[in-house]
Design a protein around this ligand. Structure first.
Ligand code: ZN
Length: 329
């Protein structure tokens, strides 16, 4: 029975989630965007956007490589583009477009995955999705720059211009595919240093995430740059759980408190031997610790993990708001 119903249902589900169907979805969102241009609109805005999408979708190493593919390949048919612009035209048309214009396309694809039940395989802990956030750079130059560039002034007076963004994706330890959500660009209005920029971007990201997906159950996971009181409060205010990296060097007070808790017998140990891999997984966790000396009111649960192999041992540590047990650590 199960096999039969699957064979009837699966093609229908797959059809909506096929590359063709998803490309058409993206294209229809692009086609809805108003054309900002006056004068020469020989190449449709949607065609330029779809061409840029095709370039990334095909993993073209450069605009030039994509240009070659444009001339020789069948980019038109696969991506449903009427006229593919050359690299110069593509830059001209796309440069003035705000990244925010792409947000509806991310939402449409997400909805389609949700309807097609493709999201279900991504649930991870008590029906939550694991949402990874991280800052990443995608442009850097000492000469080329624009008004939105982040600027880093070096000691010798030279300036590096850069563009960065906060990337976001739903991930799952057992799934190769990830589901990217609309990233949040960082601009020079965010502040001068990277941490500051990332913090502001995270604030905007989380607010928009809740506009687009008000009820999505998420556990946010980030590196130790994010383990600060204001950010944890932002996550909490938007109903998001978290598992964030911490480092002994940056969170000395927290680690001292964990040490004290250990002496007081409040720490739980758990160990699992993976004989086949020759690895021992060693955990220790403790609840209700102060994040740092300045904000002892922000309470976190702390997890440490040692991966002990034959010739090396690695140590990782996180803070979380989720109750930690031996069965879920
Ligand atoms: Zn710039």
């Amino acid at each position: 029975m199960t096999g039969l119903s699957r064979s009837i249902l699966a093609p229908q589900v797959r059809k909506h989630l096929s590359a063709d169907a998803l490309f058409r979805l993206v294209q229809s969102d692009f086609a809805r965007l108003p054309d900002y241009r006056v004068g020469d609109t020989e190449i449709a805005l949607a065609d330029a956007l779809m061409s840029a999408f095709a370039m990334f979708s095909l993993k073209a190493p450069s605009l030039l490589a994509f240009d070659k593919e444009r001339a020789e390949g069948n980019v038109h048919t696969i991506y449903g583009i009427e006229r593919v612009p050359c690299d110069t035209r593509m830059r001209e048309i796309l440069d003035p477009i705000s990244p925010q214009w792409l947000r509806p396309a991310f939402k449409s694809v997400f909805r389609q995955l949700q309807r097609g039940k493709a999201l279900e395989a991504m649930t991870w802990l008590d029906g939550h999705y694991l949402l990874a956030l991280d800052g990443t750079g995608y442009f850097s130059s000492k000469t080329v720059h624009c008004a939105s560039c982040l600027r880093r002034v070096h000691r010798n007076g030279s300036i590096t211009y850069a563009h960065q963004m906060l990337g976001a994706a739903i991930i799952h330890p057992d799934q190769r595919a990830v589901i990217p959500l609309m990233p949040e660009p960082m601009t020079n209005r965010d502040g001068t240093d990277k941490n500051d920029g990332e913090r502001h971007a995270a604030k905007r990201f989380v607010a928009k995430l809740r506009q687009d997906h008000p009820h999505l159950k998420c556990i946010v996971t980030e590196d130790s740059l994010s383990s600060n009181a204001p950010h944890i409060e932002t996550l909490h205010a938007h109903g998001l759980h978290y598992i964030l990296g911490v480092k002994e060097g940056d969170h000395a007070y927290l680690f001292q408190q964990v040490q004290a808790a250990e002496h007081a017998g409040r720490v739980t140990y758990y160990e699992r031997h993976d004989r086949a891999a020759g690895v021992v997984h060693r955990f220790r966790f403790v609840h209700d610790m102060p994040l740092n000396a300045a904000r002892t009111d922000v309470r976190v649960h702390c997890i440490e993990y040692w991966e002990v192999g034959d010739d090396k041992s690695q140590h990782f540590s996180w803070v979380t708001d989720l109750r930690v047990r031996k069965r879920n650590v």
